[in-house]
Design a protein around this ligand. Sequence first.
Ligand code: CAA
Length: 296
Amino acid sequence: MACFRTSARLCRQFLFSNSPKTNLSAVYSPPRWMSTGKYEYIIVEKKGEKNNVGFIQLNRPKALNALCAGLMSELDQAVKSFETDNDVGCIVLTGSERAFAAGADIKEMQTKEFSEVWRGNFLSEWDSLSRCSKPVIAAVNGFALGGGCEVAMMCDIIYAGDKAQFGQPEITLGTIPGAGGTQRLCKAVGKSKAMEMVLTANRITAEEAEKAGLVSKVVPAVDLVNEAIKTAEKISSFSKIAAAMCKEAVNAGYEMSLKEGLHFEKRLFHASFASNDRREGMTAFAEKRPPQFTDS
Ligand code: CAA
């Protein structure tokens, strides 16, 4: 593992460090040519100096990016299209400056009946984001409430703008979180804080979220998307096979005992020896040169 760390350190040495700052107004007010194309509720682009970052922006500003069925279906399509795009090594998901997402669309849910949501397994289609094999970074500005907080938690890394607020207010609507708010939140922040959030609907700030372990970094709102893209570019520069293995191993740990998780990790580590990228990474280290990963 020490070799991997050193190899990673070598990689870092030749990674870009001066990518141009993303102008927030440009990110949040897309120019006309970037019109959503086949998408109505999201903006989808490739970003980064090498165009290797899949960028998805939730774009339903009047409804604070409430997650209606159409938006979630488009998000699913966009994630799947980046999943099969060989150039893309990491995905960034963001919202607007005011809201990452204010939850599932309450007006759309308002008239649904028990039999309909039960038989249709309502919200099960949301799970596809968490099945993406490529790393996904949520860049959260503003409200991440209910389903918004849950979608952020389906991502692998959460960066927050300094004005972000996280909460699970479903109890105020007479219901409960339905897309991971009682499960992933508990694993992220522990039982007491998760219970408090779910039972009181109290929101936590970006700083509290970082302290609790829900988010990994808080940055000024204006820098958030750029920070996320920088991290995504860095991840994209490594072997996509290794990145997928890292992600799979960490996520598997959520579902397994420590013993099973350690065994699974060891077997994936062994499997990495079948890849050209593992050979290249170690050879490059020994030859004191940057590695040229081929994702093979
Ligand atoms: N669904 C549908 N529309 C929503 C919405 C939501 N979740 N959140 C906000 N909107 C709409 C509002 O209805 C309003 O639309 P109109 O202008 O047409 O009236 C618009 O967005 C702006 O919202 P507000 O006027 O309420 O803005 P505000 O600044 O006063 O308040 C807010 C912002 C605190 C986020 C407030 O909008 C709010 O509390 N939203 C609901 C949050 C919530 O309860 N989320 C949980 C949803 S249930 C869920 O997500 C279940 C699950 O687990 C998947």
